[in-house]
Ligand binder design. Structure first.
Ligand SMILES: Cc1ncc(COP(=O)(O)O)c(C=O)c1O
Length: 431
């Protein structure tokens, strides 16, 4: 770490301004959690950064796991609903709010500087975009609404969505149908997905001369992976805007927005990215600005700032994204992908040993994301199973009673272990 500037009288307690502005999660972590962090986080606080673990097994990831402060005895496997940020992120949020209490004006300026100077450029570099193409939001839903309401459409124009969209990917289009006379058509994509080829073919067949937007997930709530690059290319060929919901993708595996070729992309940063709850991002490709108006300044297409929700925002949450970025930059998103793949492969192998379990997330990596796994358990209601597993084994999972399934969803992140998965499998066997 760089030599610290002296901490200001009102600034972040023991945290230097420079460390905070540089996104020094380490320095920020030392401010409020110093009493309860294990030794390895003290090392991190002293400037020793994490590195990408050599391997995908539990042992290689032990040091990374130590960065999380989950209660002992609890296993958290519901990352697809809400991520579990590392201690450095929680500490950065606390430090930001504390600074605001101590000297609001200066803290506001410094937090804003951290967001403009570190968070947006860091996110852009990680997501393969320009900083000016990104607007921070509160979540993916907000971003999806901004995108859907912004697309320039006329009465009778058609928007094609898929059958596996989250309500936030569907509702704004339904509202546009009511308000603007836009037609929404839905293409049924089987769950589990059969192949990328089949998904592209189904979408292609559903396009009509009136289609102006193709809206779809990168990863569905059930963990199925859509062939985003090919779907975006198809949309482009047909003169349609591609509107992608990346809530379940960002942070789980590398995402390169320019390479994907999407026109808009919306994501939560409080799921796989491990950011503070209440953070998300909205992307509009610079060249698509003339087709996607800002809902806040509809006449303007100059620069990406027009897409940013106006007014006072939760600056400490946004500034603390620097700590999530630092964590992912150090560990690397490629290693996160390999580790989450390792864990879900292990889970699938354990589920294959349970006679009553029917796996709905297959082995085909082309259509199956690394982190989320869904399956049915014969004779067991998924919603009841979630409660029972929490009660009996202190393991948090989720249900996936949609797309025609009575499924259980297990979303494992890097901090989970094979021992926790064994415990889950034993608990499921006994249900
Ligand atoms: C595919 C998908 N899209 C959108 C959302 C909404 O995300 P948020 O609650 O961050 O707005 C979710 C949340 O689970 C999701 O799974």
């Amino acid at each position: 770490m760089e030599r610290d500037e002296p901490a200001r009288s009102t600034g972040y307690r023991s945290v230097s301004r420079r460390a905070f502005l540089a996104g020094g999660a380490a320095g920020v972590a030392s401010a409020s959690l110093s009493a309860c962090v294990p030794e390895s986080r003290d090392r991190q606080a002293a400037g020793v950064r994490l590195t990408a673990p050599a391997g995908t097994g539990d042992e290689a990831w032990a040091r990374v796991r130590e960065q999380f402060v989950l209660e002992r005895g609890v296993a958290y496997m519901n990352n697809a609903s809400l991520g579990m940020p590392p201690a450095s992120v929680a500490a950065a949020v606390g430090a930001g709010y504390e600074a605001l209490s101590q000297e609001p004006l200066r803290a506001k300026n410094e937090l804003s500087e951290a967001i403009a100077g570190r968070v947006r450029p860091g996110l852009a570099a990680m997501l393969g975009a320009e900083p000016d193409e990104l607007a921070l939001t509160r979540n993916a839903s907000e971003a999806l609404h901004i995108g859907a309401f912004g697309v320039r459409l006329r009465r009778g124009d058609e928007v094609l969505v898929t059958s596996q969209e989250h309500p936030a990917g569907l509702r704004p289009w339904e509202m546009r149908a009511e308000r603007d006379g836009v037609r929404v058509s839905k293409v049924t994509i089987p769950s589990p997905l059969e192949s990328a080829d089949q998904t592209v073919a189904l979408v292609e067949e559903a396009l009509t001369p009136a289609t102006r937007v193709v809206a779809f997930c990168h990863v569905t709530r059930g963990g199925h992976l859509y062939p985003v690059r090919r779907l975006c290319a198809l949309a482009r060929e047909r003169g349609c805007v591609s509107h992608v919901d990346g809530a379940q993708a960002v942070g789980m595996f590398p995402v390169d927005l320019h390479d994907l070729g999407c026109d808009t992309y919306s994501a939560s940063l409080h799921k796989w990215f491990l950011g503070p709850m209440g953070t998300g991002v909205f992307y509009v490709r610079a060249a698509a600005r003339d087709r996607v108006a800002s809902v806040f300044a509809p006449g303007e297409v100059e620069g990406g700032a027009v897409y940013r929700p106006p007014g006072t925002s939760a600056l400490p949450l946004r500034a603390a994204l620097a700590a999530s970025l630092e964590f992912l930059e150090d560990v690397t998103v490629e290693a996160v992908e390999a580790r989450t793949r390792h864990l879900s492969d292990y889970l699938k192998a354990r589920l294959a040993q349970i006679d009553r379990a029917t796996l709905l997330s297959g082995d085909n990596r082309e259509v199956c994301c690394p982190g989320s796994t869904i399956f049915e358990l014969e004779g067991v209601d998924a919603v009841e199973a979630v409660g029972l597993v929490a009660e009996r084994a202190q393991i948090h999972i989720d249900e996936h009673q949609r797309d025609g399934h009575n499924a259980i969803r297990v979303s494992t992140h890097v901090y989970n272990t094979q021992a926790e998965i064994d415990r889950l499998a034993t608990t499921l066997e006994e249900l």
